[in-house]
Design a protein around this ligand. Structure first.
Ligand SMILES: Cc1cc2nc3c(=O)[nH]c(=O)nc-3n(C[C@H](O)[C@H](O)[C@H](O)COP(=O)(O)O)c2cc1C
Length: 381
């Protein structure tokens, strides 16, 4: 197989990425007190040694009291990006990844309505959301029943002052990322967490400047991106993850046509996004009728920015499609066809890289890889 396309470097602003394989962000929960340990450092360094050009870290809580808690997936020991000890821990992670020839960016996260009330480092903090709405009841979701609120009205709509405080928290964490030496910033705008609830019409019912039209629903994300760009300057790339699917509703859609997608992503691109990370569960699923382009392909087409695909690369089952019968599968040729056609620029790999830290190197060399098994989630291998 000719892997040339995958092995091409990519320059995004001041960041030179050695090849097109990216470790997709994956929450692990091995950072006691929010600080990455030496095991976390070695875990990321192994993926850089194994051939990942870029690593997007596990989601990192932004510096705001309601950012983190139990989001229904049993997360604990989630990292943050503020405080001297934490930043020193990240500095060591970044140095180890750089020493192995990789680049690394942190994924900034605020859980919004998916943080269970009363949990996290600040249990008394209110749940943050645009309109005090969790989602729509009765939809298909992988969340355990006791994590789905009986009443979808949850907390109060954020006030102007609260919105400002959260945006400030994102900016402080982006500054922390710079101080730790990261190569860029990734923003988690997907999966039903805070930013996504502003984008999604089911959870954003505001009639002020933060809601209403599709363009107005992007304002919260736009402000975060714009202010992060002002803070970090022109050299650091900004990645933005978005998705149709939500934890609250797997079948949700943010945009049902390419034009709607353009209305949604255009303002984010203008605000400073360099790479759109389109989170889907199967990379080869066409996003809209009449074209084979996937969601990343359309993100690239309607914005002119770089895009990253993800979802089932090297693995036979999409995320959430059951824990049994998961096996490694060689579908790289189909990924590369799309990459070579210019559909997207980067290829995100999640579970395959948890199964085998040297997945990129081995796949390129034609060696056997160790398959992902859910048991690997219980430790940092
Ligand atoms: C254990 C685990 C944790 C994850 N945590 C995050 C996360 O923190 N942020 C995020 O955007 N996506 C997260 N994801 C989704 C992955 O980034 C990726 O999109 C998904 O696993 C599909 O890719 P794959 O089929 O290659 O595994 C997680 C996935 C897994 C398996």
């Amino acid at each position: 197989m000719n892997h040339q396309g995958l092995l091409q470097p990519l320059q995004v602003r001041g960041c030179s990425i050695a090849n097109r394989i990216v470790m997709s962000p994956m929450t692990r929960g091995f950072c006691p007190g929010g600080a990455p340990t030496a095991e976390v450092r070695d875990y990321y360094a192994r993926r850089a040694q194994g051939g990942c050009g870029l690593i997007i870290t596990e989601a990192v809580g932004v510096d705001h009291p309601s950012a983190l808690g139990d989001a229904g997936l049993g997360e604990d020991n989630i990292p943050v990006l503020h405080g001297a000890k934490v930043l020193q821990g990240w500095r060591e992670v970044v140095q180890a990844v750089h020493a192995a020839g990789g680049k690394i960016v942190p994924q900034l996260w605020h859980q919004g309505v998916l943080r269970l009330p009363g949990t996290g480092p600040f249990p008394e903090a209110p749940v943050s959301s645009p309109s005090g709405i969790w989602g729509e009841p009765g939809q298909l979701t992988a969340l355990a029943e006791d994590k789905i609120p009986i009443d979808v009205r949850i907390g109060l709509p954020m006030t102007e002052a609260e919105i400002e405080q959260v945006i400030d928290g994102y900016v402080r964490s982006a500054k922390g990322a710079m101080l730790a030496g990261f190569d860029g910033i990734a923003i988690h705008g997907a999966h039903g967490y805070l930013i996504d609830t502003f984008l999604w019409d089911k959870t954003n019912r505001r009639q002020d400047r933060w809601g209403g039209s599709r363009a107005a629903r992007t304002r919260f994300a736009v402000e975060i991106i714009r202010r992060i760009r002002m803070e970090v300057g022109p050299d650091l790339p900004i990645f933005f993850r978005f998705s149709d699917w939500k934890q609250q509703d797997f079948r949700a859609r943010l945009a049902t046509t390419p034009q709607a997608l353009e209305e949604l992503l255009g303002p984010l691109a203008d605000a400073g996004v360099d790479v759109f990370d389109a989170s889907v569960r199967y990379f080869d699923k066409p996003a809209y009728e009449g074209s084979t382009l996937n969601l990343a392909g359309w993100a690239k087409k309607v914005t002119g920015k770089c895009a990253m695909t993800v979802g089932g690369v090297g693995i036979n089952k999409g995320m959430y499609d059951g824990k049994s019968d998961i096996s490694a599968v060689d579908n790289l040729e189909r990924v590369m066809q799309r990459l070579d056609n210019g559909e997207f620029d980067l290829v995100g790999v999640g579970r395959a890289l948890l199964g085998d830290p040297h997945w990129p190197r081995k796949i390129i060399a034609g060696e056997q890889v160790s398959a992902f098994h859910s048991a690997v989630l219980t430790r940092l291998t």
